[in-house]
Design a protein. Structure first.
Length: 81
């Protein structure tokens, strides 16, 4: 289903069509509605370029979960660190 945003609305927002796609994709990724790669494809960007767009918006690319910390602590314990 196509999403139509009028040229007038884009002008008001100071965005080009491409800018709007990147913005939309970044916000969907930030809301955990899309994976990094899916959002990058929506934006029409490579993974690296999309990660840069996220950094420009101060959106974290990597989002560790509490279980990740527990796994890391367990690994350090096994290593005797």
């Amino acid at each position: 289903m196509p999403l139509v945003i009028s040229d007038e609305t884009l002008r008001e927002a100071g965005l080009t069509e491409g800018d709007a796609l990147v913005e939309f994709a970044c916000r969907l990724f930030d809301a955990d509605k899309m994976t990094l790669w899916s959002a990058a494809k929506l934006a029409g960007l490579s993974r690296v370029a999309f990660e840069q767009a996220l950094r420009e918006r101060q959106i974290a690319v990597h989002r560790p979960q509490p279980s990740d910390l527990a796994d890391d602590l367990s690994a350090l314990d096994r290593l005797g660190v």
